[in-house]
Structures are given as structure tokens and as C-alpha cells.
Design a protein around this ligand. Structure first.
Ligand code: ZN
Length: 322
């Protein structure tokens, strides 16, 4: 008989609002995700655990769904206080161990992408100041047990199969209980918002071709579509039932956006930043990287279809209709 799974919402300073941690009442006593590194989040988490008769010191295992700071920030603090074993995807472990260095490298990577796709340098400099302010909400964490794609995470009363489903981030990991049809999905599939696939530096540090975050994400969504599920416990918002309908809806939306971009590119060759500006006006400046990732994601779909091609002028990429 497997014990309950409780949602523990924890506040974050980000637009997304609260992040869902999950307490799994089983042996070992397990917490999925850790909330951002802030006193308010820790206090909220302590109160939420107390409502279930638990305290931080009782935790025996901490499982991380992906690298975003609202999910990992408190992990090392919780592990230090409880002695809990930290589990995360194998390829993510080195990134988590030296968080600061990897965030530096990730920032340099994003700046190169922005430069190449037409974002003015003063905009990317301003953005860097913002990301550096946010950095303190994350922290390094030592992973004791690396998880492998296709491997298992055992409990006394349930077994989770581990699947790597990158796209929203390079490290998205989902946990499937085939017996109950429950999926703990992190930010892979969220009911009330479309998970935005940000262009991220690959976990292995390779800096060859630009990563195709949306193409990767859509392949991951299709793999999840094929699963038999009762419920998806998401990293934000309410649990998702009817995952196939939701995934179909997301696939249709991405297809519509790609068609719209195809029209703009057919009108005149443009950089990704110019396209973002046409679609969202000044938001393309204040949310420069987010909107750039969105445009590039959809352009990648058109590139794959052979409807658009890249042309380079002075180290800047323009997209033109074929
Ligand atoms: Zn995330």
C-alpha cells in the first residue's frame, strides 16, 4: 500500500508564482523539489511539512525535477539539516555541484545567442544585471544518487520510472508510477501556462550548433502523450488530468505560431529580434531572451520543414523565406 503524495506550494519571487514541492509519504520519506533559496520559502515549507506531522529533519530523500532555481534553491540546506540523499538526473549533477560557475557560463552563452540574433548589446547587458540579481535564489547542491533515463527510483510502497524529457530545460526529469498512473512532471507539462522552452546551454557544455529547444520539447511532449496516465502533478498550478488533450492543444498552438511567423518572414527577411518586436512590441526588449527563445523555437520548426533558411550578414542571422 503506497502512502499519500501531498502538494506543498512554496512562494517564489518570480512571475510564475508559487512552486509545488511534493511530499511522498513512503519509505524513504521523499520531497520532490525544494523551492527557491529564501527564508520565506523555507518557513512556508516547514509549516507545510508540519501540517502533515513532519519536519525538515525527517526527510530521507530529495528528488529534483530540473535545474531551474525555483526548484533547487533550498535543496542543499534541506539535505544538510536532514541528512537526506539528493537525487537528480546524472547529466545535471555536475551543473548542480558548481552552480555559480555554470550560471556564469550560461549567461555568456545567452549573450552570444542574443548578439547573433540581433539583440542590441545594451539590452543584453541590462538583462545580465537582472539574471545576476536572481542568482541568489539558486544554490549549489551535491547529488548523492544520479538518476538515469529509463532507470527506477524505488520506495517500499511504489516504484517510479525515471524519464529524461528535455525541452523546458535541458534537465527536465519526470517520474512515472505505472501502477497508479501518477506522473510527477516538474515543469514539463503545466495546466494553466505553456512551459516556455528557453534556449539553454547544453548540460555537457558543448557549444556547437544552437540548441533547438522547442523541437526538443515537442518530441518530449509526444513521448509523454504516448503514456497512460491518470494525473500529472505539475511544478506549478493544479494537477493535470487529460494530459493527451492538453498536449494536443499545446501542439496546435505551437503550429499556429509557426504559421504566423512564416507570414512575417515571407513579407521580409528579418532577425529573430525584429520578428519578436513585430509580434510583441516593447516586450521584445524587456523580456528579450524569453521572446527571442520563443521566436527561434518556431523558426526552427519552419527550418525543419524547409520553408525558411538562415542568411548571415556581419555575424547576425537573418531568416528569409525559401
Ligand atoms: Zn522550470
Amino acid at each position: 500500500m503506497s502512502g499519500a503524495l501531498h502538494c506543498l506550494p512554496v512562494p517564489t519571487p518570480f512571475a510564475v508564482g508559487r512552486v509545488n514541492c511534493y511530499l511522498v509519504e513512503d519509505d524513504p520519506l521523499t520531497l520532490v523539489d525544494a523551492g527557491p533559496n529564501s527564508g520565506t520559502s523555507l518557513t512556508t515549507l516547514e509549516h507545510a511539512l508540519a501540517e502533515h506531522g513532519r519536519k525538515v529533519e525527517d526527510l530521507e530523500r530529495i528528488v529534483l525535477t530540473h535545474q531551474h532555481i525555483d526548484h533547487i534553491g533550498l535543496a542543499q540546506i534541506l539535505a544538510d539539516r536532514s541528512g537526506a540523499e539528493v537525487c537528480a538526473l546524472d547529466a545535471l549533477a555536475p551543473w548542480l555541484a558548481t552552480y555559480g560557475e555554470h550560471m556564469d557560463a550560461d549567461d555568456r552563452f545567452s549573450e552570444a545567442v542574443m548578439h547573433r540574433h540581433g539583440i542590441p548589446d545594451d539590452v543584453s547587458l541590462a538583462l545580465r544585471a537582472v539574471t545576476q540579481q536572481f542568482r541568489g535564489w539558486g544554490a549549489s547542491v551535491q547529488v548523492a544518487t544520479p538518476l538515469h533515463d529509463g532507470g527506477e527510483l524505488g520506495f517500499a510502497g511504489r516504484t517510479w520510472t525515471v524519464h529524461h524529457r528535455p525541452g523546458h530545460s535541458p534537465s527536465d526529469t519526470i517520474f512515472h508510477d505505472a501502477a497508479s498512473g501518477e506522473l510527477v512532471g516538474g515543469d514539463h507539462l503545466i495546466g494553466h501556462i505553456s512551459s516556455n522552452p528557453l534556449i539553454s546551454r547544453p548540460l555537457d557544455g558543448s557549444e556547437g550548433a544552437r540548441p533547438k529547444a522547442l523541437v526538443t520539447y515537442l518530441a518530449s511532449l509526444r513521448a509523454t502523450h504516448a503514456m497512460d496516465l491518470q494525473v500529472v502533478y505539475a511544478g506549478h498550478g493544479e494537477p493535470v488530468t487529460g494530459h493527451r488533450e492538453l498536449i494536443d492543444e499545446r501542439l496546435r498552438m505551437h503550429d499556429r505560431r509557426a504559421r504566423k511567423l512564416a507570414g512575417l518572414i515571407a513579407a521580409r527577411p528579418s532577425t529573430a529580434h525584429e520578428l519578436a518586436h513585430e509580434l510583441w512590441g516593447n516586450v521584445a526588449v524587456t523580456q528579450a531572451y524569453l521572446t527571442l527563445s520563443e521566436v527561434l523555437g518556431h523558426v526552427d520548426l519552419l527550418l525543419a520543414e524547409g520553408r525558411v533558411r538562415e542568411a548571415e550578414r556581419d555575424e547576425v542571422v537573418y531568416f528569409e523565406a525559401v
